[in-house]
Ligand binder design. Structure first.
Ligand code: TNX
Length: 505
């Protein structure tokens, strides 16, 4: 069934048809069924419209909106949404019900007669099981409330993984009891001299639980063996002296930033100068302790060990380190994830997941490194830099963001195919992750300007069937425009890109 552009849904559902007219939503609209989903729907409707629907109380009364789970009715994370005189959402599981509620909320619109939802029949399920966003809380730190708000608005786009980049040269952001100086000495600074911060274990658990209530898995990343200058501010004995490289020196000069100095906080953006000590057993005690404490507070199956841009680590040392670090993550009971450079090491632990951050037209070395994860029985997440990188500028004069990978307007972010970048079997591609590196974003509002609307493009690339007739830029830009009232009501500082027809209501 062809989806009319007037169907305001992002990402595009598997199938949808719209009938005539709408079902009004007002103070008397009754919700029954699954209590958790009902509570979330009531809160979201109140935030959007100011109308607080009554709590489900009397199960015998006819429902206007009925919410339930039936594994036979839809796929994992899928749902069926039927809106006529009354509405029903049936999730294939809890996540599916949550996504059905998100679609209902996208259909919820105000017209001259008040609030209502279009009559529709939607059947939906995701293309890729893995749909992620990364937030760099190391270059700039974002507190628990900011992260929760971020989770609200990315989970509404049906993203199901949140990768937190918890350490980098500029700061360490997570409490580790066995190495307490990390947060005592290496957390208070950030890029450009901004204040830092860190998550206590309780803060982190609160984020994990909140994400879980929105059906998102948190993936914690400790970036190793490079991007580790901050570790040396806390524990100088764990790291090597800074190693200068041409890029670091010229970038520092261009930006007027100091070069890194051993043991002192680093406030610039240069990369590739830091490394932990590879041939010292204390390093592996450190890695194991940190991984073990992360595992204790992370119910999700993954621990990310970084591995990018370790320019200051000799290749043989790098290989040795990542082979041991990936093994340690498995020994501690989780699956390691690593940036694609880690695929240079022959004996990475079998089953390690790689994260490709090269370009849509790959460099041969990057492609070979990524493919090695698959040869070792692992799989890949696609973070194609010139498509998915949320920290690239929309246009050369955009005030925030970087340009090294590309200038990425909304259309360019939308038009790419994750299975056509690398020469690996389609089944090896787990899905898509869109990273937000935070060198240029000091506040969550600035983060939002870069993330919204382009994260919505990656949501559709990851969720929607590639063959659907409406999986086109022309359809997407119109449906995307209809997200404006939801983002405004949620206080999201989205960038009103001028290639999108933003709607008022
Ligand atoms: C490259 S992408 C990095 C980060 C920077 C980012 C800026 C990757 C794995 N490493 O250290 O923040 O570029 O776009």
């Amino acid at each position: 069934m062809v989806l009319p552009h007037s169907m305001p849904l992002v990402p595009l559902p598997l199938s949808a048809s719209v009938g005539d007219g709408r079902m009004p939503i007002g103070e008397a609209t009754r919700i029954t069924g699954d209590a958790a989903a009902a509570a979330q729907l009531i809160d979201a409707v109140a935030q959007r419209t100011g109308i607080r629907l009554p709590l489900p109380s009397d199960a015998d009364r006819a429902a206007d909106i009925h919410l339930r789970i039936d594994p036979g009715a839809a796929a994992l994370e899928g749902y069926r949404l039927t809106i006529g005189d009354t509405a029903e959402i049936v999730g294939g599981d809890e996540a599916g019900l949550f996504y059905g509620v998100q679609s209902l909320l996208q259909l919820l619109r105000q017209d001259d007669e008040g609030w209502g939802v279009a009559r529709a029949e939607i059947f939906d399920a995701p293309r890729f099981a893995r749909r992620g966003v990364m937030l760099d809380v190391a270059r700039h730190f974002f507190g628990v409330d900011d992260v929760k708000k971020f989770i609200d608005h990315i989970s509404a786009l049906k993203f199901n993984h949140l990768h937190l980049h918890l350490s980098d040269d500029q700061g360490w952001r997570i409490q580790i009891d066995s190495w307490p100086k990390l947060t005592e000495l290496a957390a208070s600074t950030a890029a450009g001299g901004a204040p830092g911060g860190f998550y206590t274990k309780d803060d982190y658990r609160e984020i994990v639980a909140y994400a879980a209530s929105r059906h998102m898995i948190v993936i914690p990343e400790i970036d190793l063996p490079g991007h580790t200058h901050a570790i040396g501010v806390a524990y100088p004995e764990l790291v090597e002296a800074p190693v200068m490289n041409d890029g670091l020196i010229s970038e520092s000069k261009r930006l007027g930033q100091e070069l890194p100095v051993a043991g002192e906080p680093y406030l610039g953006w240069g990369v590739g100068h830091s490394s932990v000590r590879i041939h010292d057993e204390r390093t592996y005690d450190f890695v194991r302790d940190v991984v073990r404490e992360l595992v204790e507070m992370t119910p999700g199956p993954y621990i990310h060990i970084g591995g990018d841009e370790s320019l200051g680590t000799p290749q043989a040392d790098f290989d040795h380190f990542v082979e041991r670090a990936t093994a340690i993550v498995f020994e501690e009971g989780r699956t390691p994830v690593a940036w694609h450079e880690v695929g240079a090491a022959a004996d990475i632990a079998e089953g390690t997941i790689g994260q490709y951050w090269g370009k849509a037209t790959p460099d041969g070395t990057h492609a070979a490194e990524a493919a090695h994860f698959v040869e070792r029985g692992g799989a890949l997440i696609m973070s194609t830099a010139d498509k998915t990188y949320l920290d690239m500028k929309y246009a050369p004069d955009f005030p925030l963001g970087l340009t090294w990978a590309a200038i990425i307007d909304v259309r360019s972010a939308y038009e790419w195919e994750p299975t056509e970048v690398l020469d690996v079997p389609d089944e090896a591609i787990l899905g898509v992750e869109a990273p937000l590196w935070s060198e240029t974003t000091a506040t969550i509002g600035e983060v939002e300007q870069l993330v919204f609307p382009r994260a919505a493009a990656q949501a559709e690339v990851a969720w929607s069937s590639r063959d659907a007739p409406e999986r086109t830029w022309e359809s997407f830009r119109e449906r995307l425009g209809s997200m404006a009232p939801l983002w405004k009501a949620g206080g999201v500082d989205f960038h009103p890109a001028d290639d999108v027809p933003w709607s008022e209501r």
